[in-house]
Each structure stands twice: as structure tokens, then as C-alpha cells.
Design a protein. Structure first.
Length: 436
């Protein structure tokens, strides 16, 4: 453990520090496909009993009309989060008696791209914009990729955590600027260590061969007549078969500070892209996309973690970030666990809280291009070969055994878990020990 991390943990062992740690805030957005009894994507509209997809605060859709998205409120108690998510599932299933929720991240058997209906949000301008944005995604990347589901984990510390830390850490200046920079510290460390989450919680080592459509691939093995995969894979959802974009491959979005991040994303929103210009925008009176830029809107940027700020009515997310700073972070790397009733459980949440606090409190140097390339390579190794007992990663240009790196990181997490247990009288230590 570094001296800096040890000092910061010592400050949080005080009664005031423990009280703040007991107020960790979290929320979950969980996606899942509606399917027929034959395990095909439902072609029905959004169930009327579930309310409006445009305005409902807890039940909406993602890309497809059949891709439900459940949203919990911000909770300070882990069990409250799971209970709310469970209630949403029970309510939904009661109102779609002839359909089921697909439990996995990779989609069910697909009958071509036309079998994936684009979500509808009504005739209001905002609803039409959301639909056209999704239409643009289909022209740019195809519908198949958009049928992948996952779990987004939103994490933040309470407002009074930041002035307390600023004071005991001896920092000066604007509290919101301090808060934003600390969240970017978290994001950089998350990227350094997220391979561990891919290994522990990856749940998509295989996929139905219909996902590939007419494309031929030598990247996957044939497991059965309809199933492709890799013997040591953890999360094909996070591989180049999942969320990938050629246009975004050359984007070098900086996570070193808020200003750089905002500038880089803003440029991508404004920068034209020849292949998208060929698609057209309004063709024969029908909108194909919002614009022909690298990103139609900032949400199109595929990243494993995002800085976030709740927006005001009509406000662009990137503008909200620029003007008011980071409010919370959104983890987007998590597969849905098909063996759990709601795709995630309390123990995984506790592990994530420990992991994210470790990323927040640890030293976090700026990311160089070389380190960023190393991070990407390590993650893809774990995506495709994570369960290979001989897997090697790279750290500072040097090879390191995956098992050694993983056990070393789990050891680093242990003091954070101990501290959270004191704050919550909880089970964070159990969540860490279970993964050893």
C-alpha cells in the first residue's frame, strides 16, 4: 500500500470519516431483452402497463423497443438497491405474461437485423430525436451490436465527503473543481485495473451464431451447431465483437482532467466523418441520423466508464459537465449475470464499492499514450483469455502473471473493505475474500 493511500485511509478512520463512508451512493441501470417463448426477440410494442418510455423514471427502453432498461433510484443501502431492482422485474413480468426477460448480455437467437425493432418514444420532438439517434446507430454500426445488454453501475460519494477530504488532505481551491478532479483520478485508476472486473464478473464467453449474421469469423471456436465462443473467454461483450466503432477507434479522449475530456468529446461531436456523410441525414423526407459527425451526441461515445452530471431540461450532458462539474461516475463494463434473478447481487455491489473507493483514494498519475495502449491490451487479453491459467499481463512494459497481479490487487483492496465494514457493519470483506 502506498504512503498516500495509507494516510488517506487513516483520515477516514475517524468518526467523521466513517460516517461519510456509510453514505456511499449507488444506482443501477439494467438492460434486458423481451423475448417470446421460442426465445426470439419480441416484436410487440412496449407494454402499455409499463408506462411511457419517454417519461417513466424507472422503466424505459435502450436501443430497441424490446430492450428494456430498469433504473433504480440513488440508494445508500445495498439491499435497497437490489430490492428496488427486484420489484421492477416482478412488476414487469406480471404485465407481460406471454413474454420473458432474456437473462444474458449477448442476445438470443436473431432472425436478421430487421428482427431488432428500433425503440419508439412518441411524436414529441424529444421523442423523435431519441428515435432518430437510434436510427443513426443502426446505419452506422448495424442493429445487432445494439441488441447487447449490460449493467451500468452509478457511484458517488455524499456531498459533504468532498470538503472533508479537501481539508484533511490539505488541498485548496474550489470544492467542485476538487471533486471533479478526484473523480477523474478514479476513472484513470479504474481503467488501469478494470481487467479484474472483466475476469470476476464477465459472463459472456459464448454467443449464438446468429449474432454473426453472414459474417465469417476465425476468431471464435464452434461449441455446437448454434454456439460460438472461446474456451478461456470471460466477456465477448467487451471484445471487438461487441461494442466497437471504427470511427471512434482513433479518438483519443483524455481522462486526465475535466477540461481535456470536455474538449475532446466536444470536438468529436462537431467533427464530420466521411462514411457517415455518405449515409445522409434527411433522405427523401426521412431522417437517417441526427448529423454526420463522429458522434451524433456524447452518449454515442463507447467507454467503459463515464463522468456524469444530472442534466437540466433541454441541457446537453457535455455542457452540464463543463458548467457544473462531475457529479457521479457510471461504470459500463459489467455483464448481466444470467444465474442471478436480477443480473447482479448484493455481494457484487459491495465488491464494486470497495474497488471504486480504492480507485478514488489511490495515487493516480496522468495517463500517457503508452500506458493507455497497455491498458487496452491487458483488457482484451482478459476478455479473450481470462480463464487461461497461464495468462500473462503487462505492467510498465514488463510481463506479469495474471494470477499474481489479481491476488496483489485483491490484497490492496482489503483495507478498503475493512474500513467499509466498520462504517456499515457490513460484509465488504466477505465480498473480497470470496474472490480469492
Amino acid at each position: 500500500m502506498s504512503d498516500l493511500l495509507q494516510t488517506r485511509l487513516q483520515h477516514l478512520k475517524s468518526p467523521n470519516g466513517l460516517a461519510l463512508l456509510s453514505q456511499v451512493q449507488r444506482g443501477i441501470e439494467k438492460e434486458g431483452l423481451r423475448v417470446t417463448p421460442k426465445a426470439l426477440i419480441a416484436q410487440t410494442g412496449h407494454p402499455e402497463a409499463l408506462g411511457s418510455t419517454l417519461t417513466h423514471k424507472s422503466i424505459t427502453t435502450d436501443y430497441s423497443e424490446a430492450l428494456l432498461e430498469f433504473i433504480t433510484p440513488v440508494c445508500q443501502q445495498v439491499d435497497d438497491t437490489i430490492d428496488y431492482l427486484s420489484d421492477l422485474h416482478h412488476f414487469t413480468l406480471r404485465h407481460m405474461p406471454d413474454e420473458y426477460l432474456w437473462p444474458a448480455s449477448m442476445p438470443c437467437r436473431l432472425e436478421g437485423e430487421a428482427s431488432i425493432p428500433i425503440a419508439q418514444y412518441g411524436s414529441a420532438n424529444i421523442g423523435q430525436m431519441k428515435h432518430v439517434y437510434r436510427q443513426g446507430l443502426s446505419y452506422r454500426y448495424g442493429r445487432t451490436m445494439q441488441a447487447i445488454a449490460g449493467i451500468h453501475y452509478n457511484f458517488s460519494m455524499p456531498d459533504n465527503f468532498w470538503p472533508y477530504c479537501q481539508q484533511v488532505w490539505g488541498e485548496q481551491g474550489d470544492v467542485q473543481a476538487f471533486k471533479s478532479q478526484r473523480y477523474f483520478d478514479l476513472i484513470r485508476n479504474f481503467r488501469r485495473h478494470s481487467w479484474l472486473l472483466v475476469y470476476l464478473f464477465g459472463a459472456s464467453p459464448a454467443l449464438d451464431n446468429s449474432f454473426m449474421g453472414d459474417k465469417k469469423t476465425d476468431k471464435l471456436d464452434t461449441f455446437s451447431n448454434n454456439t460460438l465462443g472461446l474456451p478461456f473467454a470471460t466477456s465477448l461483450r467487451m471484445s471487438d465483437l461487441g461494442y466497437q466503432s471504427e470511427a471512434q477507434a482513433n479518438l483519443n479522449v483524455s481522462y486526465n482532467n475535466l477540461d481535456n475530456y470536455v474538449d475532446d468529446v466536444t470536438k468529436a461531436i462537431a467533427q464530420g466523418y466521411p462514411a457517415y456523410e455518405k449515409i445522409g441525414i434527411n433522405v427523401d423526407g426521412s431522417y437517417r441520423q441526427l448529423n454526420s459527425n463522429v458522434l451524433q451526441i456524447e452518449n454515442e461515445y463507447y467507454s467503459e466508464i463515464r463522468p456524469k452530471r444530472v442534466t437540466q431540461s433541454g441541457e446537453q450532458p457535455i455542457v452540464a459537465l463543463k458548467e457544473r462539474g462531475v457529479e457521479y461516475i457510471e461504470v459500463r463494463i459489467l455483464d448481466t449475470n444470467p444465474f442471478l434473478p436480477v443480473g447482479i447481487d448484493a455481494q457484487q455491489i459491495r465488491f464494486l464499492d470497495v474497488f471504486l473507493l480504492y480507485c478514488l483514494l489511490s495515487e493516480s498519475a496522468a495517463l500517457s499514450v503508452t500506458e493507455s495502449d497497455e491498458i487496452k491490451a491487458n483488457q482484451q487479453r482478459v476478455v479473450r483469455e481470462g480463464r487461461n491459467p497461464k495468462l500473462m499481463l503487462t505492467k510498465n512494459g514488463q510481463p506479469v502473471a495474471f494470477k499474481k497481479a489479481a491476488n496483489g490487487l485483491l490484497t490492496q483492496l482489503q483495507p478498503i473493505a475493512d474500513l467499509l465494514d466498520k462504517a456499515h457493519e457490513g460484509q465488504s470483506t466477505d465480498a473480497i475474500n470470496d474472490k480469492r
